[in-house]
Design a protein around this ligand. Structure first.
Ligand code: RIB
Ligand code: CA
Length: 312
C-alpha cells in the first residue's frame, strides 16, 4: 500500500533531491508540495518546487505557496549556501506549471480532514512555519496525522547556522515548539545523521553516470552547494540533508535512533532554535520524537542513485 505524503519544502538543492527521490518511489503518493520561506524567500521556493516537479516530468503534482515569513520573527535565509535562487548551479528554465491558488496551510488542513485519519505523513524539509500554522488554525488535524518525518535540529553535531542551532529550527523556533509539542508522532533527521550522508566524489560521479538530465542536474546542484560545507567542515563532501527524510520512509532499516524528549529553545538570543534532545534520558520529560543518530550512508546513496535512475 502506498504511503500518502505532503512534502513541505524550501528548495534548496537538497530539498530538490528529496522531492525527486519521493517522485521516483512508487511506495509514496505525493499529494502535494507546500512551499515555505527558508533557504530563499517564498517566491523562489514556490518556483523551485515547480521546477523540480517539471524536471521529474510530474507537472500533475500540485504546488502550493505557504508562509512567507516565520511566525514571530524576521526571515533568515541561506543564499550563502544555496545561491540567490536557491537552486544555483545549473541554468534552470522558469516553470510552466501553475502555482495552486489555495494557500499551503489551507491545503494541509483540508487534506488531513479529507483523507482517512492516520493515512497522511507530513514531510517538512524546511522551517516548520506552515505546519505549525496549520496546527494552530485547526487543532483537530493533529490527531489525524500519521507521522511527521522532518529534517531539522541537532544534538551531538550542534548547530550549523549558529553554534547552537540547525537552520530549519533556527529560522522559526516558535513553529518548531508548536510542532514538537503537538503530540503527533515525530521522526527527526537531525544534523547528527545527515552529516553522515556526504556527497563524496564517487557518489556524485554515480549521479553523473546515470546519463540522464536528472542525474546531470543533481550532480550540478551538488557541485554548487557542497562548496560551502566542504570549505566549512573540511569534509570529503557536503551533507545531503533532506533526502534522508524520504529515505527513512522508504528504508527505515538504513537508520538508527532512539525515542527521546526534544524541546526547543525559544527564549535565549544565544541558543534560540536549539533542539535540546534528552539523548541520555537525564530528565523525566516524556519522549516525543524518534531522534535519528546514525545511518548506512552507502545504502542510502545506493537507494538514491537507483531511484533517480527511474526518472528518465
Ligand atoms: O540545516 C539544513 C537544512 O536547512 C536543510 O533542510 C536545508 O535545505 C536547509 O533548509
Ligand atoms: Ca530544506
Amino acid at each position: 500500500m502506498t504511503q500518502k505524503i505532503i512534502i513541505d519544502t524550501d528548495p534548496g538543492q537538497d530539498d530538490a533531491v528529496a522531492i525527486l527521490l519521493a517522485l521516483a518511489s512508487p511506495e509514496l503518493e505525493v499529494l502535494g508540495l507546500t512551499a515555505v520561506a527558508g533557504n530563499v524567500p517564498l517566491e523562489f521556493t514556490a518556483k523551485n518546487a515547480r521546477i523540480v516537479c517539471e524536471l521529474a516530468k510530474r507537472p500533475d503534482v500540485p504546488v502550493f505557496a505557504g508562509c512567507d515569513r516565520p511566525m514571530a520573527r524576521d526571515l533568515v535565509t541561506a543564499e550563502h549556501v544555496h545561491g540567490k535562487t536557491g537552486l544555483d548551479g545549473p541554468q534552470m528554465a522558469d516553470p510552466t506549471m501553475p502555482l495552486q491558488d489555495k494557500h499551503a496551510v489551507d491545503f494541509i488542513i483540508e487534506t488531513l480532514r479529507n483523507e482517512a485519519p492516520g493515512t497522511v505523513t507530513l514531510c517538512p524539509l524546511g522551517p516548520l512555519t506552515n505546519i505549525a500554522t496549520a496546527f494552530q488554525r485547526a487543532p483537530d488535524i493533529v490527531e489525524r496525522v500519521a507521522r511527521i518525518v522532518l529534517m531539522g535540529g541537532a544534538y551531538f553535531e550542534v548547530g550549523n547556522i549558529t553554534p547552537a542551532a540547525e537552520f530549519n529550527i533556527y529560522v522559526d523556533p516558535e513553529a518548531a515548539k508548536v510542532v514538537f509539542g503537538a503530540g503527533a508522532p515525530i521522526t527527526v533527521l537531525p544534523l547528527d545523521v545527515t552529516h553522515k550522508a556526504l556527497t563524496t566524489a564517487p557518489r556524485v560521479q554515480a549521479f553523473r553516470d546515470l546519463g540522464t538530465q536528472v542525474g546531470l542536474m543533481v550532480a550540478a546542484w551538488t557541485n554548487f552547494f557542497e562548496r560551502f560545507d566542504k570549505e566549512k567542515y573540511g569534509s570529503a563532501g557536503a551533507p545531503l540533508h533532506d533526502p534522508c527524510v524520504i529515505a527513512w520512509l522508504l528504508r527505515p532499516d538504513l537508520f538508527t535512533g532512539r525515542e527521546v524528549n526534544v524541546e526547543i529553545e525559544v527564549e535565549s538570543p544565544l541558543t534560540r532554535g536549539m533542539t535540546v534532545a534528552d539523548w541520555w534520558r537525564v530528565t523525566d520529560r516524556p519522549a516525543n520524537a524518534l531522534f535519528i543518530g546514525d545511518m548506512d550512508a552507502e545504502g542510502f546513496f545506493d537507494l538514491l542513485t537507483e531511484r533517480l535512475q527511474r526518472l528518465s
